[in-house]
Write a protein that binds this ligand. Structure first.
Ligand code: HEC
Ligand code: HEC
Ligand code: HEC
Ligand code: HEC
Ligand code: HEC
Ligand code: HEC
Length: 381
């Protein structure tokens, strides 16, 4: 009798026992690991480190807070200083002595300029680096903009629903114009959000991503007048213009190791990629759909077009920006307008009828469209 009575309770008891044993064991494990961690030495106080980093605790005689240069944005290409996250990844790899040296007795033109007057104790440095190690692992959570858009979209939907319900059922608001206004504007804004996102899905005029290295065309092609073709030599003879390898950068950066804006940090990445044979993962900006054929040599070499006609004044841009939308009408319009140097270019020898018209004055000039540049098959194979 007793057995049968207690039977239904048994499974529950068993679970309880398991649970208690598990609890005890997990406590024991965490206790022993804590002891082990303590044996290694004290853990840094990440909170103290964070306050030091943000300048909430004094770091020295009139010195600037770290965060004022090492900002907490993930996309901060226009800030020449290493972002907090990038810097933290480097700092996390340093031993405490090196970290101390970088801050208190810096060497190198830029470091001497930026890391000045810090009077941090060994203990403070320990906490500060602890915070940076933590940051390097956890990262910065930037919320994507599209979430906001989605919220606005849903909010508008909600407002419109309330307006509709009130219009037909609850009838709290007597002025019908208010309902109509809410619904019309609501639909209008929603359509705008949808249209914006859908139309722009494939096209990306003004697209300006952050690159893995703060490479500036203004400094290279502008200030230092390096020819576009020095780095994009393929544009003259091949389909794509090509992005130079770290090896080509090293032609100069073997010697130039200090940038006036970024010190050794950014050029250091080039050197690191070169020495360790790593690819620099440049983010591509211009991108035609697969069904369109475009050839650089045809335009740069045969058509004699300047890079700037299609890409804008790249030599004045720190960050390359897509100037044109690369739409079909953009291509067709230019082909209709642009005269080709017909007489002197061997490439056009085969167009005998056009040469005749030109010689007889029937045509005063030949445009790209006249020689078939706007035939569907030229661009869509
Ligand atoms: C005035 C701007 C500025 C301030 C303030 C600043 N830094 Fe920097 N920091 C830089 C620049 C610029 C570099 C790159 C220097 C270079 O590589 O030549 C750098 C580099 C570093 C590096 C990488 C070392 C290297 O060059 O490889 C660490 C680590 C660092 N900073 C930590 C800190 C900490 C911690 C603080 C606050 C106590 C701080 N910085 C304050 C501008 C600043
Ligand atoms: C010192 C080498 C160098 C020189 C000189 C140079 N570029 Fe670049 N270019 C690069 C690198 C590296 C990238 C990839 C990173 C970026 O987008 O900024 C690039 C990217 C570009 C892009 C964007 C490619 C894409 O992803 O769609 C265009 C367009 C471009 N360059 C045009 C030019 C023009 C025009 C000139 C001359 C005014 C020029 N470049 C001179 C190195 C160079
Ligand atoms: C023909 C020579 C040459 C080539 C090739 C070259 N650079 Fe430079 N680069 C320079 C010069 C000159 C500076 C300016 C140094 C200064 O600020 O005094 C510079 C500066 C820089 C800077 C630092 C900018 C600043 O002001 O802090 C970075 C980063 C850089 N280059 C990256 C690259 C990359 C990446 C490539 C290859 C795609 C490359 N460079 C190819 C000559 C060159
Ligand atoms: C007639 C317009 C036109 C001219 C002129 C032109 N480009 Fe481009 N460029 C484009 C288009 C379109 C793309 C996108 C190609 C694709 O996605 O297949 C592009 C892409 C690029 C890219 C990135 C992808 C690649 O091809 O490697 C670079 C770099 C570039 N161009 C550099 C240059 C340079 C440098 C010149 C001058 C020497 C130049 N372009 C002249 C239209 C042009
Ligand atoms: C800045 C003006 C300009 C723009 C923009 C332009 N082109 Fe052209 N394109 C020309 C000229 C000039 C020629 C004539 C050169 C030649 O004989 O090939 C040409 C010729 C061509 C040809 C070769 C036709 C043949 O005879 O074989 C193709 C294909 C072509 N373009 C594709 C494109 C595409 C695709 C785009 C847009 C992504 C584009 N072009 C944008 C100026 C332009
Ligand atoms: C000079 C080059 C060029 C010629 C010629 C050309 N196209 Fe296009 N076409 C493009 C480009 C570039 C795109 C990509 C547009 C985009 O991404 O917005 C495109 C896209 C398209 C699309 C896809 C729809 C879209 O907007 O993405 C179709 C369909 C198309 N073309 C048909 C044609 C037909 C039919 C012809 C002949 C009457 C033609 N094309 C001639 C360059 C050309």
């Amino acid at each position: 009798m007793v057995k049968t009575l207690s039977r239904p309770l048994l499974p529950g008891n068993r679970f309880l026992k398991f649970f208690l044993v598990f609890l005890a064991m997990s406590h024991f494990v965490s206790f022993t690991t804590n002891v082990r961690a303590e044996n290694k030495g004290p853990a840094p106080d990440v909170k103290v480190g964070e306050r030091l980093f943000n300048g909430l605790l004094p770091t020295g005689d009139g010195s600037k807070s770290c965060v004022s240069c090492h900002t907490m944005y993930t996309g901060d290409t226009m800030n020449w200083n290493p972002s907090a996250l990038e810097m933290a990844k480097v700092a996390a790899e340093m031993d405490l002595a090196t970290f101390k040296e970088h801050l208190l007795t810096p060497t190198g033109a830029m470091r001497e300029k930026v890391h000045v007057k810090y009077q941090l104790s060994d203990e403070q440095l320990f906490h500060l680096q602890g915070y940076l190690k933590n940051l390097a692992i956890e990262g910065i959570d930037d919320k994507p903009l599209s979430i906001n858009k989605l919220l606005i979209f849903l909010l508008l939907g909600g407002l419109m629903t309330i307006a509709l319900v009130d219009l037909f059922f609850t009838k709290k608001i007597s002025y019908k114009a208010i309902h109509v206004l809410i619904i019309v504007f609501g639909i209008g804004f929603q359509l705008k959000i949808v249209a914006h996102d859908l139309i722009d899905l494939g096209r990306s005029q003004d697209y300006m991503p952050d690159q893995p290295i703060k490479f500036s065309h203004k400094i290279h092609a502008g200030d230092n007048k390096i020819d576009c073709l020095y780095c994009h030599s393929n544009a003259d003879e091949g389909k794509s213009a090509g992005i130079p390898s770290a090896g080509l950068c090293m032609n100069c950066h073997q010697v130039v190791r200090n940038g006036s804006n970024s010190g050794q940090f950014e050029i250091g990445k080039v050197v690191d990629a070169y020495e360790n044979n790593k690819d620099i993962e440049w983010v591509r900006i211009h991108n035609l759909p697969d069904h369109v054929y475009f050839n650089h040599a045809q335009h740069v070499n045969v058509g004699n077009r300047e890079c700037q006609e299609c890409h804008g004044d790249v030599e004045n841009m720190h960050i390359v920006k897509q100037e044109n939308d690369l739409s079909m009408s953009w291509c067709l319009d230019c082909h209709k307008e642009t005269m080709v140097d017909f007489k002197d270019n061997d490439y056009y020898k085969t167009f005998e009828a056009l040469h005749k018209d030109l010689a007889e004055g029937v045509l005063d000039s030949i445009r790209a469209a006249d020689i078939g540049a706007n035939d569907c098959m030229k661009c869509h194979h």
